[in-house]
Design a protein around this ligand. Sequence first.
Ligand code: NAD
Ligand code: UDP
Length: 343
Amino acid sequence: MQILVTGGTGYIGSHTVVELLNHGDDVVIVDNLSNSHPIVLERIEIITDKRPDFIKADVCNFEKMNEVFSKYQFDSIIHFAGSKAVGESVEKPLLYYRNNIESTWVLVELMEKYNVPSIIFSSSATVYGQPDINPITEDFSYQCTNPYGRTKMINELFLKDTTVAYPNISAISLRYFNPIGAHESGLIGEDPQGIPNNLMPYITQVAIGKLEKLSIFGDDYDTHDGTGVRDYIHVVDLAKGHVAAVNYLQEHKDTSFLAVNLGTGIGYSVLDIVHAFEKIIGREIPYQITDRRLGDIATCYANPKKAKELLNWEAKFDLEKMCEDSWRWQIKNPKGYVRSNVF
Ligand code: NAD
Ligand code: UDP
């Protein structure tokens, strides 16, 4: 199949492109490189022996995207492109509402015009907010608590409405839990700009000596050790979930809209992650307990049953593998893509 991958040089996108190419699909990446590096394309080629077509463009640019759609006949779209920092979304709602919503509008408008039958959308467990119980199933109500989460919710509602109005278009919204890890080659991985917000890149940067110590945001939650519990999923498992979703829609053309969790179903605390990582590197990670981070919740993990039943997909990699691959990526690329040891 010919697949358009927006945001395909980013963290999850690049891993998904690798899985699509390995699966035998042809890939066209559109990315404006606002949060990624073009060297990713070379890394993808080293891993897969194939080079995806790449177009540097803003997905919100209708004219430019019209040119892309007129050049290729896409069988499906995977839409990763977007802005993803919760804190920034509170400060810059205009940027978030434009980038995250207008991009999907442009794509669906062009899908209708050029007869592209399916789209896979990158959603997030953040749409569930603070759930009353865990594990979380897809029928839980929307409880978004920040502009980023609301852009994901609005995208889902938009896709629901448009797939009803245009029965020739199908959509799956994949609600990711907490992606960590990297491709086992150590060639592609997460490359946060500045000080990381997320737990795993923070830990790996402490381990390599870039940061002094980890701050654990609260140890007084109602969890097994008081620290926050999340459903961490290996990014390669997550990427394979996209291949499964594309194939599902290829075989079930009468689908309108589906929302599906991508998680492991296992909740690990911050301290569980720290200790698992310490085992891999054979030394301690210095940390301090600080106040809770504003907006954080105690516990969040998926019920992944729907993905198994519908897409025949389930996560395979365990926490040890997630830590090993995160660490390999970090030591091979101590300064990220820009000045890595690999080339
Ligand atoms: P990322 O920032 O690494 O990748 C996004 C890519 O999109 C980047 O390469 C960026 O340059 C590109 N991009 C952004 N706006 C664009 C635009 N208007 N036009 C073209 N390209 C554009 O992020 P990621 O972690 O790979 O996340 C991918 C998607 O998954 C995002 O939509 C994000 O909201 C969602 N998501 C991520 C997580 C996570 O923890 N990483 C969790 C849940 C959902
Ligand atoms: N966390 C932490 N210190 C950090 C970053 C995160 O203690 O420097 C905790 C955070 O409070 C949450 C978990 O680690 O309990 C996962 O946070 P992350 O930001 O990675 O993902 P989130 O679930 O918030 O999207």
